[in-house]
Design a protein around this ligand. Structure first.
Ligand code: UDX
Length: 440
């Protein structure tokens, strides 16, 4: 099938690579010329395990190419995906200007029948707006070309995006058009092998499904973080509690890890946007508001710990931080808890030395040479001479560090484990003062 994808960001590139891998002919489009130039030379602008290889191979096979021309994307496609960003607007609702610009552009250029599929995460009702925008542009030209708009949200996780795309749990398609459903069934057939994964529904339900999934997951995390704060106060250990509840299959073990808060490009933005949608429809989403509030408070947790440990002396400390990305296996720092912590520490006058296996370039962009922040190439270099080490992101190489070496090189042996990855017994026996989340 001939497929175009407008927007070569995270979702667009992974989808493009995955769809070309199974034999479709995919054209990825973006208005960013540097990005497209790079991609043509095999330079992938994001860090995602396995993506480089997939793009290189499919480009070489002639099944994947890149363009900055919307015209060439429209001309190429039987199915055109919109996968541009929907950043939060000032009031937290999703900003649809990119999506609707693409829709208008498509309407101006359309010559032959097209299925337009909205993959960007968009509030309920957006597909209808996309349809009107395309129709409006066609009307301006006085042209009559048949087109359909369908919804097909993406559920991939950063760091595991290729696997998620190639072996999805489910493929959600929202359409009221039989022909569109057939086309999308054909397009996704290679990903739909073992059992039926394609869930076809009306457009509004499909649009809401994406937000509902993220809201449910974010709620699990915030509830767990709330319980961990309670555990600390009542003298319980949240790690025992986690196992005690996770063993109930109705609850399950996943997404109940307490920590220093969720970040990333999706959860914070989508919870907020869903809250906005609710209020636009005259409904007060109290639980969603609480999920967000608990998360914001949780992101201050590590700083609060350091403040209570060091008191006024905090301004003359050197604090080491391990992990800057919002989660392991990505260099993405959007809404990362590390950013909140580092800003608070620098404001307080502390010195910060931070390490991350992949996000150092991103960190130097985010902090732009902030005074008092040192970005270290090596985790032990970051810890050298530190008064405390805070583990913010649970990258694998941090799980079993050389505690002896750390103890020797730190000025004070204080560990703040923001993800509960170390054993309290082990680190205490090694002579550290150890703080975790929700543990005595
Ligand atoms: C998420 C959804 O999982 C994905 O389906 C959707 O398409 C986009 O948003 P992603 O943002 O890549 O994906 O990250 P995810 O792995 O879900 O983690 C989100 C955040 O939750 C991270 O900050 C992580 O550290 C945190 N988290 C996760 C916890 O704090 N505890 C947990 O138990 C699980």
């Amino acid at each position: 099938m001939r497929i175009s994808i407008v927007g070569s960001g995270y979702v667009g590139l992974v989808s493009g690579a995955g769809l070309s891998e199974v034999g479709h002919h995919v054209r990825c489009m973006d208005i960013d010329e540097d990005r497209i130039d790079g991609l043509r030379r095999g330079v992938v602008p994001i860090f995602e395990p396995g993506l480089d290889a997939l793009i290189e191979e499919n480009t070489r096979q002639g099944r994947l190419d890149f363009t900055t021309s919307l015209e060439s994307a429209v001309e190429h496609a039987e199915v055109l995906f919109i996968a541009v960003g929907t950043p939060p607007g000032e009031d937290g609702s999703a900003d649809l200007s990119h999506v609707l610009n693409v829709a208008r552009g498509v309407g101006h250029l359309l010559q032959s029948p097209l299925l337009v599929v909205v993959k960007s995460t968009v509030p309920v009702g957006t597909c209808e707006q996309v349809r009107s925008a395309i129709q409006g542009a066609l009307d301006e030209r006085g042209a009559q070309v048949p087109f359909t708009v369908a919804s097909n949200p993406e559920f991939l996780k950063e760091g595991a995006a290729i696997a998620d795309f190639m072996k999805p749990d489910r493929i959600v398609v929202g359409t009221d058009d039989e022909e569109a459903e057939h086309l999308l069934r054909e397009l996704y057939a290679p990903f739909n092998r073992n059992h039926e994964k394609l869930l076809c529904m009306d457009i509004r339900s499909s649009e809401l499904t994406k937000y509902a999934a993220n809201a449910m997951l974010a709620t699990k995390i915030s509830l767990m973080n709330e319980l961990s704060n309670l555990a600390e106060r009542v003298g319980a250990d949240i790690e025992h509690v986690r196992l005690g509840i996770g063993s109930d299959p109705r609850i399950g073990y996943s997404f109940i890890y307490p920590g220093v808060g969720y970040g990333g490009s999706c959860f914070p933005k989508d919870v907020r946007a869903l809250e906005r949608t609710a209020s636009q429809f005259g409904y007060e989403a109290e639980l969603l508001r609480a999920v967000e509030a608990v998360n914001n408070r949780q992101k201050e947790k590590a700083f609060a710990r350091l403040k209570s440990h060091f008191g006024d002396a905090l301004n003359s400390t050197r604090i080491a931080i391990w992990g800057l990305s919002f989660k392991p296996n990505t260099d993405d720092m959007r809404e990362a808890p590390s950013v909140v912590l580092i800003r608070s520490l620098l404001e307080r006058g502390a010195e910060v030395a931070a390490h991350d296996p992949e996000a150092l370039d991103e960190a130097s962009r985010v902090f732009d040479g902030a005074a008092g922040l040192h970005l270290a190439e090596d985790p032990y270099e970051a810890a050298d001479g530190a008064d405390a080490l805070v583990l913010v992101t649970e990258w694998k190489p941090y799980w079993a560090p050389d505690f002896g070496r750390l103890h020797q090189s730190m000025r004070q042996p204080v560990l703040v484990d923001g993800r509960n990855i170390w054993s309290p017994d082990v680190v205490r026996r090694r002579g550290f003062t150890y703080y975790a989340i929700g543990r005595p």
